[in-house]
Design a protein around this ligand. Sequence first.
Ligand SMILES: CC(C)(COP(=O)(O)OP(=O)(O)OC[C@H]1O[C@@H](n2cnc3c(N)ncnc32)[C@H](O)[C@@H]1OP(=O)(O)O)[C@@H](O)C(=O)NCCC(=O)NCCS
Length: 404
Amino acid sequence: MSIEVRPCADVEEYGAGLSAIWQFFGAEPDAEGLERFQRVLPLDRMHAAFEEGAVVGGGGAFVFSMSVPGGSLPCYGVTVVGVQPTHRRRGVLTRLMRAQLDDARERGEPIAALWASEAPIYGRFGFGVASLCGDLELARERTAFHAPYARVAQARFVERDEALERFPAVYDRVAAETPGMLGRSRDWWEVRVLLDPEARREGGGPHRRVLIELDDGEAAYAIYRHHPKWEDASAVSSIQVIEALGTSPAATSEIWRYLLDMDWTAWIKAQLLPIDHPLQLLLAEPRRMRLRLSDGLWVRLVDVGAALSARSYQGEGRLVLEVSDSFCPWNEGRWELADGSARRTDADSELRLGVSELGSAYLGGFGFADLERAGRLEELTPGAVARADTLFRTNRKPWCPEIF
Ligand SMILES: CC(C)(COP(=O)(O)OP(=O)(O)OC[C@H]1O[C@@H](n2cnc3c(N)ncnc32)[C@H](O)[C@@H]1OP(=O)(O)O)[C@@H](O)C(=O)NCCC(=O)NCCS
C-alpha cells in the first residue's frame, strides 16, 4: 500500500478528508457545513491521506493560542482525525501524525494539543494526558451552599447577537488565568460556541443564554438547555449546563446559584468541569456532585525548548531534564531550565523522562512526583523531583472547557 499525505488542495479533498471522521459521528459533509468549518479550519491546515488518488484518512489542526502558566502560545490543535474503516491499522494515522507534527514544527507552533477519542491512541506520538475533567450530575435538592447565600446580582437573558458581543469579555478574563484554555476568535464563537443546531440538542430545548453584570460590567454567563420530563404529574426535568463562567468568586457563585435554583429541575448536569471547580468548596455536600472523572486535554511539546521557555515558573530553581522523543527526535537530549528559559546543555541529567510525560506536567495538570509514583520518570539527582514540582507549580489546574 502506498500512501501519500499532504494538505488538501481543494474543497473536494477537504470534504473527503473530513468524511473519514464525520462518518463515525453519523454525519456527511454538506456544502454549508464545509463552508462553516473552513471559517475555523482553513484548507491548508487539513491533511488528507491518499491511496491511488482516493482519500482514505484525514486530520486537521485548528490555529489556537493556548493559555499556559504565565502567558499564552501558539498551539497546533489537532482535530477531525479519522481513517476509513477499510484502511484501519495499516499505519495511515501514523503517517498523518508524521505530516502534522512536521507541519506544526515548520509553522513554529511549539505545542500541539487534542482530545483523544480513545486514550491509547496518542501516547505513542508523544502526547501526554495534561488535564482531567469531570461530569457533574447534581440533584436539585442537594445544591445548598456551605453557608447561607443571598443573591446580589440580576441575571438576564441575552439574544445570540448580544452574547456574541458580551460573553467573550468574561471568557477572555477566565482564559487568561487558566492554563489549557484556548483563545477564541469571533468565528469560533459563531460557529462553535453559539451555534445551536437541532441535531446537537439530544432531545433538549434550544440554548438559553444568561448574563450577569456586576459593578465593572460583564461578570458571568451561562449557556444551558432544558430537558423537560414529567413523572407522576411532577417535573423531573434536568438542565444541561453547556458553559458557565464567572470572572470572580462573587460572579461564579451568582451564576451557579442561578443555575442550581432552576424551577421544575430535578437534576443539574454539566460536562468537562475542571476538577478544582469552586463548586467543590461552595456546596455543602460536594460528594453529591457525583463528579465522574476522565482525561481532558492531551498535550505534545513539538519544540521542547520553545515550549519550556514560553511558560513561567515559581522561584529561582534550575533543573536539567533528559528528554526522550523517538517520534520527534529533534527534541531529544538534555535541557537546562534556568531563569525561566530552556537551553540545551551537557550538564548531568537530574530527571529522565519521555516527551509525553513532560506534556502531562507542562500545564501543571500532573506533578513530577505523580509521574514518579506511576513509574513514568527517573530521578537521577535526589531532590530533583521536588525541585521540579516547585518550579512547575500552578495556582489552578489546567482546564479546557470544550472538546475540539
Ligand atoms: C483511531 C484511528 C485514527 C487509528 O488509525 P489507524 O490508521 O488504524 O492507526 P495506525 O494503523 O497508524 O495505528 C498506529 C498504532 O496505533 C494503534 N492504535 C490505533 N488506533 C488505536 C486505538 N483506537 N486503540 C488502541 N490502539 C490503537 C495501532 O494498533 C498501531 O499500533 P502498533 O504500531 O503497535 O501496531 C482510526 O481507527 C479511526 O479513524 N478511528 C475512529 C475515529 C477516531 O477515533 N479518530 C480519532 C479521533 S481523536
